[in-house]
Design a protein around this ligand. Sequence first.
Ligand SMILES: Cc1cc2nc3c(=O)[nH]c(=O)nc-3n(C[C@H](O)[C@H](O)[C@H](O)COP(=O)(O)OP(=O)(O)OC[C@H]3O[C@@H](n4cnc5c(N)ncnc54)[C@H](O)[C@@H]3O)c2cc1C
Length: 375
Amino acid sequence: MSQVIVAGGGLAGSATAIALAQAGRQVTLLEREAAPADKICGEFLSTEAQACLSRLGVDFHKLGGHSITHVRLVRGYQSVAAKLPFEGLGLTRMALDECLLAHASSAGVSVQRGQAIRRISFEGATQVDIDGAAPLNPQTLFLATGKHEVRGARRDATASQLVGFKTYFRLCPAQQAALAAHVELYVFPGGYAGLQLVEGGRANLCFLVEAAMLARAGGKFAVLLDQLQTICPQLGIRLAGAEDLLPAPLTIARVPYGFIHRPQASDPAGMFRLGDQAAVIPSFTGDGMAIALHSATLAADYFLRGKTSAAYHRRFAKDVSGQIRRAAALHMALTAPGLSSVVFAAARLFPRVLALSASLTRVPANRLVPGRQAA
Ligand SMILES: Cc1cc2nc3c(=O)[nH]c(=O)nc-3n(C[C@H](O)[C@H](O)[C@H](O)COP(=O)(O)OP(=O)(O)OC[C@H]3O[C@@H](n4cnc5c(N)ncnc54)[C@H](O)[C@@H]3O)c2cc1C
């Protein structure tokens, strides 16, 4: 039987490994983090992502998670709220990713943690070089290492100038009650922020700002957060008296928002790009976790049916390109000076625009067919 390696134990990697192991394949999963870790993510799970995860055996009841039924768009002192067309869930990535890795182990996957892939090469055979370990030569490699490139596996992607931050707060009781069941989106010149509750009553604050805005704050998170609360007074109200629960925020930069991998003749045969390695939807406006899970289902299915990675990449790009285009347009409208006020005015006039935006930036439900996919 051919050796299969899954590189990366996030959602896409674990979901693929589980599907392959359940089909009787021997799978090794390599994950860089040696222990459970927080990840930068808004931690909003759409109904599509929840459905995929339930099929993989994730028990949301057991994991907790905060039910989210409404979206509130906030700009300055003004806000507009609408009911979501589905019920979302706020759940930490630490809880979710650990749950999936445990499922992968139970399904028979050899889960190897603390294994950082340094480089991949394709001269003759595929070779995976790992820090401090012997190289591996899989026949098939599922690359699920997230947003950034691994040496040797370049993508034709352009890095964004936005910088992302995430931290958790314990809000004061009145503000926690006011936030309950809502995902709040704060738009401001040069970026946007999301605030929502996750399991355990913590609030996830995740935001993206232009690099220039961070530079104006002297590169200091505390200063940036103060400035944000001045520009977004409603956020200031939410965070008044709140306790910051992380010693330092998680940060990310150079994310290639809008990237979609289109197969090329030079692509190595036998390498399937998954999740953010295959496509990156703009944060907050999109549905990155559902896309990652969709790539996992599709890639495992194509592989098990003996189809090529090029056929998988073509089909995946077709499935998600419309969604990513719409999300990129919304992303631009929310961050472009002048345009965000128009979007906001439209949402105030027609709150259903908000619910519609949430629907249009999802993977179409008819693409998320479990099991065998049409080629
Ligand atoms: C600021 C921000 C907010 C977001 N908010 C949301 C949201 O609210 N809802 C939503 O649906 N999506 C959201 N997303 C998108 C979502 O986080 C991603 O689309 C999703 O995590 C992709 O899953 P993945 O498995 O491809 O990658 P990841 O979840 O990033 O997993 C990659 C894994 O690979 C491991 N890894 C990385 N490099 C190596 C290496 N060299 N060797 C071995 N292992 C390695 C990592 O440790 C990690 O476990 C957000 C993204 C950003 C940037």
